[in-house]
Write a protein of this length. Structure first.
Length: 160
């Protein structure tokens, strides 16, 4: 096994910039690795935590096995209650979009979960921050346009 090499604390701003660039280039795995390097030397770096959550959820539609457990661990490290609610909503929204792209089974339920988290976030913000409301509206439009309905389990469905 290889032992990871720690980055210098002074290198964190440049590393954040590089990781953000990888996210924009649609390389969430490379970005995730850099965010983890940052968190190894600065475990409470809020920007790295938020962007790690985004990088991990960027991978939902790419057939990578990304479980909610790890993402939820990082969301829990966000100090701000609003951000915890908002980023939880984003994770549900992205999971819903990936599910919809793969056939849609239970996409409705995931969008509803996202919308509930965005409502919680919106309730915490003042009237000048509309980002949670904008995300909620985006989810509602997708549900309406695709005429998504709650999934009803049939005789062939199994619970796992």
């Amino acid at each position: 096994m290889f032992e990871l090499k720690p980055i210098a604390t002074e290198a964190i701003p440049a590393a954040l910039e590089k990781a953000n660039r990888y996210r924009l280039l649609n390389e969430p795995g490379a970005a995730e690795s850099i965010y983890l390097d940052i968190l190894a030397v600065d475990p409470d770096n809020q920007e790295a935590i938020k962007n790690l959550v985004l990088a991990m959820s960027d991978r939902f539609g790419k057939d990578y096995a990304v479980g909610n457990t790890h993402i939820n661990e990082y969301i829990a490290k966000l100090r701000d209650e609003y951000q915890r609610a908002y980023y939880t909503g984003i994770v549900y929204e992205r999971r819903a979009k990936a599910t919809l792209a793969k056939g849609g089974l239970q996409a409705y339920e995931l969008f509803v979960q996202a919308m509930e988290w965005f409502e919680r976030a919106d309730d915490m913000m003042g009237e000048h921050n509309e980002e949670a409301k904008l995300r909620w509206n985006g989810c509602a439009r997708i549900v309406n346009r695709n005429k998504l309905q709650p999934h009803v389990m049939g005789a062939t469905d199994t619970l796992e």
